[in-house]
Each structure stands twice: as structure tokens, then as C-alpha cells.
Ligand binder design. Structure first.
Ligand SMILES: *Cc1c(COP(=O)(O)O)cnc(C)c1O
Length: 458
């Protein structure tokens, strides 16, 4: 591995090297992810049914498990050019700090105002809404990254953007809220008095801080009760993974440009969209029998859907209004402990990532939050970027693997996804710096409670 000196600190692609098509890994899967079901009928959702919730073209993408490539419309590519291609960074300083023979690379997706990869799908979803002639979209946001990305995308296409933000976050993360408002979004603390479901929850639980499940229910009600609106989601769905494939495609082009063969690819997994997008082209090569990679999904020990969940049909939302998906899940009633600081609190996992995991294409690891913040601190101090807590799950495992290489003397090429920056997560960093952070791992009994509530399908 004497290419060392040829590889720049940052591998930038030319604009002309950016992908012109998204890659749909389902097209290369012999055994496809199970179809999503209508919760009312228990039958696979039809394009017509799905088009009542999502824009028509997004519904088509959701159901398309055969096309391998789908053109990225020029308008979306023009927007991508404002903050992409994203650099693939060789972590020379981290390698030196760890004294490892491993070569570490990270794909940095935090170079935009929303601070994460979520903009890659937000702009696509806003584009199709605009193209269909809609007035606007509704969504929910917890910590605020998705709401921020969507508000940027909607302002670009001059669409109305209504965000239901979990009330505790609305109050505790005022800066994210103000970024969204700056981009023209209408941000409502949830539960609100705008919707029937919000009024009902407020009456039942006066003073409640809300939950993601409740915010989803409000956003869906707002979409279906207003003419010209649709509901959009920032993760989990197959359409979101498709849009996020730009991460993996660019990564692969950058590696190929310097003749680097990745040995390991590591990503954090909440709903599975960044991980799915990063690994798709590599998983495709494995599926086609062309190459081999070790792929690792990293999840928090406090919300371990892949490592401790079951593979079953479940509701995608706590409000039980969205279609049912077969996925690794802890049960839609699972509530991660409030002391869990970072994101990645989703109870389930993208059905594409779940099926690839079930087929053994990737493995999964869970890590505890104190060690995650320790890894974040190590990374920030040498690489300069203050990482998002979610991204730091991937950093933690990349560091572990690089340390193993120090022991074995192997010069593995380790690639991980650095999904975003952590500037809005300083309360969690403060807890870590003050030594007030603790780890929480649900007991088998905790998990059994929500898993036993899974809908009975088939
Ligand atoms: C939302 C988010 C994630 C997790 O979402 P996935 O759908 O699992 O990718 C990871 N990192 C950052 C910075 C995020 O904002």
C-alpha cells in the first residue's frame, strides 16, 4: 500500500463525475424486501392507495423493486451542485493518533446548512411535490434535522412547508426551530390545537411534551385534510434510501479514482437511510457476485432494532397510520430511554436494510452512548469536525476496527459515513463533558413488552 502519498487529504470529484442516476439496490436483490401492506386490508399497498399519501412519482419509486437505476432530474442535480459532490476525506490525522496501519476514509455529508445527509432526499421529495403541482407538504421532526432539510428544500421550490415539531424539542432546540423559520417553514409544537388528534391528546394529557408518534399523526392529518398537500418522511422508506444512494455512488467513484478497494464500510443506523445509501452500490456488487466487503451497521445499545429486534411486519409510526412494513423492529410502542442523547431512536429499520441484514450482506453492532461521545471527542480533536452524535456511532466502530488493525498489523481500508455535524447537540456534549452522561440498555423484559404488541400478520 505505497499509494499513500498519492492520496490527497480530501478526494473531491468533478461536477461531471457526480451521479446522474440513483441506484436502486432492490433491482439487484434476488429475494426482494417484503411488500408494504395497507393496515386496513392487510394486502400489499397499491400505487393508487400510496398516491393518496405520497406524491405520485415518489409512490412509484417506493414500489419499484426492479429498476436498477432511476434518472436524477436535472433540477435536483442542479441543487445537489450547491453542496455536492461531498468530499471523501482520508483521516490521516486520526490514523496517526491511533497509530494504526489501517487507512481510514470518511464521506462527509455535513457541508450544508441542515448539517446532515437528509437534504439529499428532502430536495428530491420537494421537487416531485412541486412537479405534481402541490401547494405544500407536511412532516414531523424530532430533533429537527429532517425539518431543517425539508424547509431548505421547500423554500428552493417555493412550496409551503408545515413542520410538526415534538414540543419538548421545540422548546429545548430553539435554534433549529429558527433555522426552519428562516427558510419560511411553519413550525408548530406538537401536540397542537391545529388538528383533531392534537386537541384530543392535549385534552387527555394536559401539558405533555409530545412524542414523535403524536407529531406524525398530526402531520398526516394536516396533509389529508388540506387540499394540495402530501405528507413526507425523512428516513426508513425505500424512496429515501434510493435518493441517499448518491452518498454511496460518489464514495465508490472517489475510491475507484485512486484505485482504492474498501475492505470495510461502516455506517450508523437509525431508520437506515444514510447507511442504505452509502452501502447500496457496494451491496450491489456483493449481490451480483462481483466483489466482497465487510459492511457494518452501528446502532445505539439503547435502541437496538437490528441486534435485538425481531424481523416482522410492524407499523412504521407510533400513531399506526402509515403502511405496515416488514423490518427488524422493537415494536412501534417502544420508547427509547429519555437519557438517550443522540438521534437514532427509531423503533424499526428500513425494509431494504432489514432484508440485506437477514441475507447476511451486512452485520450489526450496538454501542453505548458514553463510548460514542468518547469517540466523537477523539475524532473532533484530530480531524477538526465536530460530529453529530448519530455519526459518532460509526466513528466509534471505525476506531475499534482501526485499533484491531494496529494489533494485527493489517492495513485495511476502512470507509465510514460521517453523516453530519453536531452544533445543535451541544446539550448532549455538555452532559458528556460534565460527566453526567449515563448508558441505558433496555432489559429483555422491556423489549418483550413492545415486541409482544406487534400486529399479527400472516
Ligand atoms: C437523521 C440522522 C441520522 C439517522 O438517520 P438514518 O435514516 O438512519 O440515516 C444519522 N445522522 C444524522 C446526522 C442524522 O441527522
Amino acid at each position: 500500500m505505497s499509494q499513500e502519498t498519492n492520496i490527497p487529504y480530501k478526494i473531491y470529484l468533478e461536477e461531471s463525475e457526480m451521479p446522474k442516476q440513483w441506484y436502486n439496490v432492490r433491482g439487484d436483490m434476488k429475494k426482494k424486501p417484503a411488500p408494504i401492506l395497507n393496515p386496513g386490508t392487510g394486502k400489499p399497498v397499491t400505487l393508487d392507495e400510496l398516491s393518496g399519501i405520497f406524491c405520485k412519482e415518489l409512490a412509484e419509486q417506493e414500489l419499484d423493486d426492479t429498476s436498477r437505476f432511476i434518472d436524477i432530474p436535472q433540477e435536483i442535480r442542479d441543487f445537489y451542485r450547491m453542496y455536492r459532490p461531498a468530499p471523501l476525506v482520508r483521516a490521516y490525522c486520526l490514523e496517526k493518533k491511533l497509530d494504526t496501519p489501517a487507512h481510514i476514509y470518511y464521506k462527509f455529508e455535513g457541508n450544508n446548512t441542515s448539517g446532515s445527509h437528509k437534504l439529499n432526499s428532502a430536495i428530491a421529495q420537494a421537487y416531485y411535490a412541486k412537479k405534481q403541482g402541490l401547494k405544500g407538504v407536511t412532516t414531523e421532526t424530532g430533533a429537527g434535522q429532517w425539518g431543517t432539510a425539508l424547509s431548505m428544500a421547500c423554500s428552493y421550490f417555493d412550496l409551503d412547508c408545515q413542520v410538526y415539531m415534538v414540543k419538548v424539542s421545540y422548546e429545548q432546540k430553539p435554534f433549529r426551530r429558527e433555522v426552519m423559520r428562516t427558510y419560511g417553514a411553519n413550525v408548530t409544537p406538537s401536540p397542537s390545537m391545529n388538528t383533531e388528534v392534537g386537541r384530543k391528546i392535549n385534552a387527555e394529557f394536559p401539558g405533555t411534551g409530545g412524542s414523535l408518534g403524536c407529531a406524525i399523526s398530526e402531520a398526516v392529518e394536516a396533509a389529508v385534510s388540506q387540499e394540495g398537500y402530501r405528507y413526507v418522511l425523512g428516513s426508513v422508506l425505500s424512496q429515501v434510501l434510493l435518493h441517499q444512494s448518491v452518498i454511496g455512488l460518489e464514495t465508490k467513484t472517489a475510491l475507484d479514482k485512486y484505485g482504492i478497494k474498501a475492505d470495510m464500510i461502516i455506517g450508523c443506523a437509525g431508520g437506515g437511510s444514510n447507511l442504505g445509501g452509502l452501502i447500496s452500490p457496494f451491496a450491489g456488487e456483493i449481490l451480483r457476485g462481483e466483489n466482497n466487503y465487510e459492511i457494518i451497521a452501528v446502532e445505539p445499545a439503547s435502541c437496538p432494532s437490528l441486534t435485538r429486534g425481531v424481523y416482522a411486519y410492524d407499523f412504521c409510526d407510533t400513531g399506526k397510520v402509515c403502511p405496515l412494513a416488514k423490518m427488524y423492529t422493537l415494536g412501534s410502542g417502544f420508547m427509547p430511554s429519555p437519557n438517550h442523547a443522540g438521534g437514532l431512536r427509531y423503533h424499526g429499520m428500513s425494509s431494504v436494510v432489514s432484508e440485506l441484514y437477514d441475507q447476511g450482506i451486512l452485520s450489526a453492532r450496538s454501542v453505548e452512548q458514553t463510548e460514542v461521545f468518547k469517540a466523537a471527542e477523539t475524532f473532533a480533536r484530530v480531524e477538526g469536525i465536530l460530529p453529530a452524535p448519530e455519526s459518532s456511532h460509526a466513528i466509534k466502530v471505525a476506531i475499534d476496527e482501526a485499533v484491531k488493525c494496529r494489533e494485527t498489523g493489517e492495513a485495511k481500508n476502512i470507509v465510514f459515513g460521517l453523516t453530519g455535524t453536531g452544533y445543535f447537540d451541544m446539550v448532549a456534549y455538555q452532559k458528556y463533558n460534565d460527566g453526567d452522561m449515563s448508558d441505558y440498555i433496555p432489559t429483555d423484559d422491556d423489549l418483550q413488552k413492545s415486541i409482544s404488541q406487534l400486529p399479527k400478520i400472516g
